[in-house]
Design a protein around this ligand. Sequence first.
Ligand SMILES: [Zn+2]
Length: 346
Amino acid sequence: MKNKVLPLEISGVNVPAGKRKKVEIPIAQLFDTTKMSIPVEIVRGKESGPILFVSAAIHGDEINGVEVVKRLLASKRINSRMKGTLIAVPIVNSYGFNRNSRYLPDRRDLNRCFPGSVNGSLGSQIANTFMTEVVEKSTHGIDLHTGAIHRTNLPQIRAFLDDDETSRLAQAFGVPVLINSNIRDGSLRQSALDKGIPILLYEGGEALRYEEKVINTALYGILSVMEAIGMIRTKERKRRKRTKEVHTARSSAWIRAPYSGSLRVQSKLGSLVNKGEVLGVISNPYGSDKAEVTSTKTGIVIGMTLLPLVNKGDAMFHIAMFSDSEAVEERLEFFDEILEEQYEER
Ligand SMILES: [Zn+2]
């Protein structure tokens, strides 16, 4: 016998089983009375199952995720034959999104305002609305991010991997690199976790860009998670190809600029660097006073600056350390091939 599908109401709108609806969750309007909202599209299967939210642009300028959600909603696999419900939230921070900005109008970071409160700051109120209308109605979550402005990240999952269900989701997502993280930072991830809702944070690419590889990696990751939690059927062909070999970093560290100047990068995302290896060269505007920047760690480059001008102390390269970094580098190369195949198959 099929399990009865429980009612689901978001922002006062009832979404029956087997139906698809767009809902605008109202948030504070602009000075000129322009209405603002968190746009949400809900897709409910006819059968009961997990309720997965996928959110993007909590940092308004991290727009790769917006495109990921758009393509996810366009996927043929997202339909009433699903078990359970997808709550797709392409833009959490509409204020920042409309201004190409990471922040809220009062310069707060929305992802530091969780879980929020009814009478707090604008960010705190939006966080509270998002928690009550979306997160607390879900059983699982995926939050999509990119590097900050002028920084790029290797596609990676950050999650609290000590939790069994979170770890299972992270493995299922299938990106080669996982970062275990349990920071108490007022983020959506922390607040979801505190409510017992397993959540993945996907990081990939840079702010204010659409990057095909980053978008496709996220899209296939989300669909793989939906397979793993039984929302959609596993594609046989895909399962064979997509070996779930993932590696969890033991720790990570930023290599900072030892001098101010202009930086010529000699390393790339996903590459293995050894301790003492040259990552880049900093020189002054005359091209003299060249100084090599060497890695203080052996590991994989998982993030780096894209701005060629650095001040002393600026974070330049983010290196993650693994028990077997060579295996990670190999896996990353193989993963790129798999991704291309999957893209062609689509
Ligand atoms: Zn972010």
